[in-house]
Design a protein around this ligand. Structure first.
Ligand SMILES: [Zn+2]
Length: 260
C-alpha cells in the first residue's frame, strides 16, 4: 500500500474499510496519502464478514497510518422491528444480554448475525492494533446503533485509559436534508481535539431552517433515483469527511467548518 516519495520517504497510508463511495479515502489520497479501500460493493471477493476478508483486512491494517471504518449498521440497527412472521427485516439484537443476537431466530438471520459478529470482532482487533501502534482512526455508526454497547464493552480498557474518545454529530449540519444522528469513535494523537457539528432541534433544522426530511424505516421514503433514503444516507457528505479528517489527521485550519 505504501509508496516511496521522490525524497525516498514513505508516504503516509490510509485504509478505508466499508468504504462505500470512497469519500474518506479520496480526501486523503488528494492530500498525498497512499490509500486502500475495501468494500464488497466494489468486488464481492472483498467481503469483510468472511474469515478470509477479516484476515486480509487485519494484515492491511498493520501497514496503515490512518484506519477509517464505516461499518455496515444493518444487523445492529434498532430500526429493524418487523414481526417474526414478516418477510421484512426482523429485530436481531437487543441491548444488554442479547447484543450479539436474540435466541431462536430463523437460520437465515442466524447466519447474518454470525457474519456481522465476526466482522465487528475483527474490527475491535484492528482498532486495538492501530491504538497500540500509535496511529489514528475513526469508526462511525448511527447514534442509535446497538454496535456502541458492544464496542464500549470490548474496548473498555482503551476507553478507561483515555485512548478512545467519542463525538456525536448530525448530518444536517453538513448539508443533508435529513438529520441522521451519528456517533464517531476516535483515536490517535489529535482525537481528543476533534469537535463535530450537531443540530439540537428534532423537527426544524437549525442549519437549513427547513423541516428535517424523515429517515426512518417506519416511513417509506423513496428519493428521486428510487434508492431508499436510509440506504442513500449511508454516504456521508464531503463536508463531514473534510471536517472530521481535517481535524483528526491533518490538523488543517482551512478545514474549519463554514456554514453553507
Ligand atoms: Zn438539523
Amino acid at each position: 500500500m505504501a509508496k516511496a516519495t521522490k525524497a525516498g520517504r514513505r508516504s503516509p497510508t490510509a485504509l478505508s474499510l466499508f468504504s462505500g463511495a470512497g469519500r474518506s479515502a479520496r480526501f486523503l489520497s488528494n492530500r498525498g496519502f497512499s490509500t486502500a479501500e475495501v468494500d464488497w460493493e466494489h468486488n464481492s471477493c472483498n467481503d469483510l464478514s468472511t474469515l478470509q476478508g477479516c484476515a486480509d483486512a487485519e494484515l492491511l491494517e498493520l501497514d496503515s497510518d490512518v484506519l477509517m471504518i464505516e461499518i455496515d449498521c444493518a444487523t445492529w440497527s434498532t430500526a429493524r422491528r418487523a414481526p417474526a412472521t414478516s418477510s421484512l427485516p426482523h429485530r436481531l439484537r437487543r441491548a444488554g444480554k442479547f447484543t450479539l443476537g436474540l435466541p431462536n431466530l430463523p437460520q437465515r438471520d442466524r447466519q447474518k448475525l454470525q457474519a456481522a459478529n465476526r466482522c465487528v470482532r475483527s474490527t475491535v482487533r484492528m482498532v486495538k492494533s492501530s491504538i497500540r501502534r500509535g496511529k489514528s482512526g475513526f469508526l462511525e455508526n448511527p447514534h442509535s446503533s446497538l454496535i456502541w454497547g458492544f464496542l464500549e464493552k470490548s474496548l473498555d480498557a482503551e476507553i478507561a485509559a483515555g485512548k478512545i474518545t467519542f463525538c456525536t454529530c448530525t448530518m444536517c449540519a453538513y448539508g443533508t436534508p435529513w438529520r441522521k444522528g451519528t456517533k464517531v469513535m476516535l483515536w490517535g494523537p489529535q482525537a481528543a481535539n476533534v469537535a463535530l457539528r450537531k443540530c439540537c432541534s428534532k423537527k426544524f433544522c437549525q442549519f437549513s431552517k427547513k423541516m428535517h426530511e424523515p429517515l426512518s424505516s417506519n416511513t417509506v421514503v423513496i428519493v428521486k433515483d428510487k434508492v431508499f433514503a436510509t440506504k442513500k444516507a449511508q454516504t456521508y457528505p464531503n463536508k463531514f469527511v473534510r471536517h472530521l479528517l481535517g481535524q483528526l489527521v491533518l490538523k488543517d485550519p482551512t478545514t474549519t467548518f463554514k456554514p453553507g
